[in-house]
Design a protein around this ligand. Structure first.
Ligand code: PRX
Length: 638
């Protein structure tokens, strides 16, 4: 029986137990899964060299745990429901048996194409069933999946393929997002011009857009699947064998490939899904995240399927054909649990409650929020208008690095509080650090959020760069994992996330690095240097504002500003497009040449007098110039 926490007392008891004897606690959680061979040690290693390991010696396959294990009792239960972008197109559903068969065929197909244990497969697909099938098929044959969000540019795709040395790419001819066509195969072709590792490209036929087929490299998914074997033995994996690489932005350099391994990730996502959402048999769970992000990995694919849940996936966007679409989907499939991001909630609120008029939403039981802080107003709107005042909200804090939810209420079991993520999950030991690196012991406090102990779902490394992993997460506060977030803790011990305290930004819940944005901008031939800052935004949480320095001879500043926006969208993806660009003659700098983004941030927020400590400012005349410019060309806050 899976370990389910059903009361407040039990939460406190198990939380205590998880601190007192973490190995015993996690061994109990793990006993619910299917192991080909048991572990010899539950946990070992530590943060100093970031060599923590979980369930050493065990052998297993996570796809067996998501599929085979359920066939006997739940083979005819719906595993996956797919709602297409176009509401008039026919949907698709898969029972656990059907999903198992598709995954086996896909696994056989991959093996046939020479992919085996330890090879990396890049998956660049829209939200269609083949995305879930490919992920699970990789896991089945021991290949490492590297899913790249379909909204990323060809350049971002190329960077990820090159870094991960993917051997095979799974993509689609194209698809529609709302009424906008996305030419996915074309972008994949552009990316592959820069990559030598990919030997085969499998193309899912989704849109019938005309595409170029490269003989000897490209072939169609359907043709292979039709002739591939429905029998695909699951590879026996070591507990610490890599399961996937997922790229995410940091404060420096290019996005890094976080590496997750098999057993710990499985135990953690399975446990957190069941307990945070308090999932009940036969309920329909809808996580609106794309599988291209960690939320999609952990709570579209692995967490729910490990619990034999019914998962809904949606290919489209909230506003197509109208802003009522989500509510129609919830009523159509009788969704019980909705898990989404604050940006979506704020967009719905901004577009007016009349879109909800036709919706019943009576099947909803639990609401979830993830990816960015949820403000109180949006929390109340979600609670009242969507939850009708009787669905608990789980505001779940976690990261690509944590693998699964780390701080959150457990729906209906532990209390929820607007704009607060609540208490830690069992096994999670949050510590608030002051600026001197001392752990604050007072309950009520504010500082940098760290975690004091490893948990099974923790990322094990940055692919190909373990030193960077240690440097990024374990060196600032030795002995602790540094999350990069600031937080407050109130008198009841509830945590509230105040946002990133490094150079990572969150726009519509998407994680981007200022360095990555500036690198993209600096590619423009007329840009000498640039600085990216963000402005609070009522819907997207933050919006990107870029300052660019160009040579004196560039006279058409409007043209330059527009080109910079397009360049960023083309280089990284449309999600990274700056809201506004200002061409300036210089940037505020310290005497040692460091850009003072803090001053830019204050200036765009309308501050003119109090710019903070400017004793190290080298060029006050630039600050005056930018202040004047902002008077003529106001910052957009809409
Ligand atoms: O800043 C925190 C924010 O998202 C960051 C992690 O981003 P990513 O790796 O893309 O994963 C997002 C989905 C798990 C965190 O460092 N964040 C995530 N959840 C919350 C949050 N901020 C506030 N409240 C949350 N519930």
């Amino acid at each position: 029986m899976a370990l389910r926490i059903t009361s407040l007392q039990e939460y406190h008891r198990l939380y205590e137990q998880s601190l007192r004897d973490p190995d015993a606690f996690w061994a109990e959680v793990a006993s619910d899964f299917h192991w080909q061979q048991p572990w010899t040690k539950v946990s070992e290693g530590g943060f100093a060299r970031a060599d923590f390991r979980w369930f050493s010696g065990a052998r297993l396959n996570i796809s067996e745990n998501c599929l085979d294990r359920h066939l006997k009792s739940f083979g005819s239960r719906t595993a996956l429901i797919w709602e297409p972008n176009d509401p008039n197109e026919i949907n698709r559903t898969f029972t656990y048996r059907q999903l198992y068969e598709e995954v086996c065929r896909c696994g056989s197909m991959l093996r046939q194409m020479g992919i085996g244990k330890g090879d990396t497969v890049c998956i660049y697909l829209p939200m269609i069933p083949e995305l879930v099938i490919s992920v699970l098929a990789c896991a089945r044959i021991g290949a490492v999946h590297s899913v790249v969000f379909g909204g990323f540019s060809s350049q971002s795709l190329a960077d990820r393929i090159r870094d991960s040395q993917s051997k095979l790419l799974i993509t689609a001819d194209g698809y529609f997002r709302g009424n906008k066509p996305v030419y996915l195969k074309q972008m994949a072709d552009e990316a592959l011009e820069q990559c030598t590792s990919v030997k085969h490209v499998l193309v899912v036929n989704r849109s019938n857009f005309p595409i170029a087929i490269h003989a000897g490299r490209d072939s169609y998914w359907d043709q292979h699947m039709a002739k591939s074997s429905p029998v695909c033995e699951a590879e026996s994996m070591d507990a610490e064998d890599p399961l996937f690489i997922l790229y995410t932005s940091g404060s420096t350099g290019k996005p890094k490939g976080l590496l997750h391994t098999t057993a710990g990730y499985m135990v953690y996502t399975g446990f957190t899904f069941l307990n945070v959402f308090q999932y009940r048999e036969n309920e329909v769970f809808w996580c609106t995240a794309d599988v291209g992000w960690i939320t999609g990995h952990s709570y579209v694919v692995y967490g729910p399927l490990l619990n034999a849940a019914t998962v809904l996936i949606f290919e489209g966007v909230p506003q197509y054909p109208t802003w009522s679409r989500w509510w129609e989907i919830i009523d159509k499939y009788q969704v019980n649990i909705l898990y989404t991001a604050p940006t979506a909630i704020r967009s719905f609120e901004a577009h007016g409650d009349h879109h909800l008029q036709q919706a019943s939403l009576r099947t909803l039981r639990v609401l979830g929020s993830v990816g960015e802080p949820i403000n109180e107003e949006a929390w109340h709107w979600y609670y009242e208008k969507i939850g009708k005042g009787n669905c608990p909200i789980v505001d779940t804090w976690w990261q690509t690095e944590t693998g699964g939810i780390a701080l959150s209420a457990l729906a209906g079991v532990t209390p929820h509080k607007p704009a607060h993520v609540g208490w830690p999950l069992p096994g999670i030991v949050p510590v608030v650090m002051d600026e001197n690196g001392n752990a604050v012991t007072d309950t009520q406090t504010e500082g940098s959020l760290c975690l004091a102990r490893s948990w099974p779902g923790q990322a094990r490394s940055i692919y190909g760069d373990h030193e960077r992993f240690i440097q990024t997460y374990f060196s600032r506060f030795p002995g602790f994992y540094f999350t990069g977030d600031g937080c407050r803790r109130d008198a009841q011990g509830y945590y509230r996330i105040t946002g990133r305290i490094d150079d990572v930004i969150k726009v519509s819940g998407h994680r981007l690095g200022t360095a990555e944005l500036e690198n993209a901008i600096n590619q423009h031939p007329d840009v000498v240097e640039s600085a990216v800052v963000t402005l609070p935004h009522p819907i997207t949480g933050e919006s990107i504002v870029a300052f660019v320095v160009s040579p004196d001879e560039v006279t058409d500043r409007n043209k330059l500003e527009k080109e910079v926006m397009d360049l960023v969208a083309r280089t990284i993806g449309p999600i990274a497009r700056p809201r506004q660009v200002f061409a300036v003659s210089g940037l505020p700098k310290t005497r040692s040449g460091k850009i003072m983004r803090r001053i830019l941030r204050r200036l765009i927020q309308g501050e003119r007098q109090d710019l903070g400590d400017s004793s190290t400012l080298l060029n006050p005349e630039i600050v005056d110039e930018i202040a004047k410019l902002l008077e003529h060309q106001p910052v957009r806050t809409d």
